[in-house]
Design a protein around this ligand. Structure first.
Ligand code: MN
Length: 481
């Protein structure tokens, strides 16, 4: 363990910043000197791993320092806690002290019972609204705790894994951190559902082995074609999907593995958007696409900001294979979500308050509702419905996907597409049939909104819309009138 393992992951940092990270490294190492983890390893291996994860997300220097220090106060005795807090502020400044305190306050989240759960959610969301970096440190903390879960006493393992699946992984997902979400889920899966995990691994073993060989073939052939067409590719990466996401998918498909094409996917990363479409053309020239499986999330990003082109084709030997095509920046955002936005917005300059990216509307929404209804049960219920309840995916006529809570209506859909479409929504066609505006949408529905310029939002809509976003937009429009 050396400070260099952390700092070498970072770009554009001044000597002064590097010096501060090294200082925090030594400080934390010293404070944890006599402590050990369950595994018997020195305790410092933990904050060290957390800081490395945060550095890998290219977060600002203060967040990395706070990652190193995040357990310094928590592990101190009651009398010593205050002194340590002051020491941190003196040595590393107000911003770091604020982050460390935020992480400490967030405390240990436990998924025990409904009240506890709501309380956890409240804490998490207030932290996000205050400064999202606090939650990023907590997520990096959880990742390392999951990576070392095998050493934890057995009677605690399942509870910790369940919490991860119930709270942390969905949260990472909602923050757009797809990579972290997948990692957390896959680490928790064998502890939360041991039988199901073993059965699934058994079921896909042969197929995965076969697919790996197969993908190498596809990768080679595609690489050759791209070279001929002179498209510069950053990487072609064949990957076997995350096991837990496969498990969830199988549940939806009556456990039939043959219905699922994307056990594996090929990911092609290029320099710019033009090249994305060039690659799509080459893939379709080589292999016939499956109808209805081409999704252009570049032209029409998902609500969480995700961008990529997906297509599924009859590939080598007629095997059905999914391709994902994106730029380096899109890839970074898909993997690191809000963390990537943070860095693209601030270029590493620490700024109190964290970032709320425009493409992550829901984070901004949480801030708004928090002002209106802080601490009430209604507020908590709403949060749960908007952010964590089962989601459905509804298609626009152009094939874009809108992510909605279960039971959402065409009015919710309209507002999420665009607030002007919501405000002038006169009628809806679901799967090409006229329906009422309060019709509950189902997963996979295609929804088309009929817009009339003269149409205005109605008070009656408030009785059936499911998203708080639509609710607040309708209220605002009604007030204006
Ligand atoms: Mn920790």
């Amino acid at each position: 363990m050396e400070a260099r393992d952390i700092t070498e992951k970072l770009k554009n940092r001044s000597t002064e910043e590097i010096g501060l990270i090294e200082k925090a490294f030594r400080f934390a190492q010293e404070k944890h000197e006599n402590e050990v983890r369950y595994s018997g390893e020195p305790y410092f291996t933990h904050p060290y791993a957390v800081a490395k994860t945060l550095a890998g997300m290219h977060l600002d220097t203060n967040t990395i320092i706070a990652g190193l220090l995040h357990d310094v106060c928590e592990s101190a005795s009651e009398e010593e806690k205050e002194a340590r807090k002051k020491e941190i502020e003196k040595k590393f400044g107000k911003d770091v002290a604020f982050l460390v305190e935020g992480v400490t306050k967030l405390g240990k989240l436990r998924a025990h019972g409904e009240e506890r759960y709501l309380e956890n959610m409240r804490k998490m969301f207030l932290s996000i609204a205050q400064d999202v970096r606090v939650v990023l440190i907590r997520l990096a903390d959880r990742l390392h705790n999951m990576q070392t879960l095998a050493a934890v006493p057995q009677h605690k393992q399942k509870r910790i894994a369940d919490e991860t699946l119930e709270i942390y992984a969905p949260l990472a997902g909602r923050l757009g951190m797809g990579k972290l979400r997948g990692e957390l889920e896959d680490l928790a899966f064998p502890f939360s559902y041991p039988k199901e995990y073993d059965a699934l691994i058994d079921k896909i073993k042969e197929r995965r082995e076969h697919k790996e060989v197969y993908l190498a073939k596809v990768k080679y052939k595609l690489g050759e074609e791209l070279k001929k067409a002179r498209v510069a590719v950053t990487s072609i990466d064949a990957r076997v999907k995350h096991v837990f996401s496969l498990y969830r998918k199988l549940q939806k498909h009556n456990n039939n593995l043959d219905d699922i094409y994307d056990i594996v996917a090929l990911r092609i990363i290029v320099k710019n958007i033009e090249d994305c479409y060039a690659v799509l053309g080459i893939v379709h020239k080589l292999w016939r696409p499956l109808p209805g499986k081409i999704k252009d999330y570049i032209a029409l990003p998902k609500p969480n900001g995700y961008q990529s082109i997906h297509t599924t084709v009859f590939c080598v030997d007629g095997e059905i294979t999914e391709f994902q095509i994106r730029t380096e920046k899109m890839h970074d955002e898909a993997e690191h979500g809000i963390a990537a936005h943070w860095i693209y917005t601030h270029q590493g300059k620490p700024k109190a308050g964290g970032v709320v990216s425009k493409s992550l509307k829901w984070v901004a929404q949480i801030r708004e509702w928090q002002k209106e209804a802080e601490g009430t049960k209604e507020f908590l219920e709403n949060l749960k419905i908007d952010v964590f309840k089962n989601r459905i995916f509804v298609f626009t006529p152009t094939g874009d996907v809108i992510d909605l809570p279960d039971g959402a209506t065409p009015v919710d859909f309209a507002y999420l597409v665009h607030s002007e479409i919501g405000n002038h929504c006169a009628g809806a066609k679901v799967n090409n049939k006229m329906t009422s505006l309060d019709h509950p949408l189902k997963n996979g529905d295609k929804c088309e909104i009929i817009v009339q310029k003269s149409k205005k939002p109605s008070q009656s809509w408030l009785a059936f819309v499911k998203t708080n976003y639509a609710k607040s937009k309708i209220k605002a429009a009604l007030e204006k009138k």
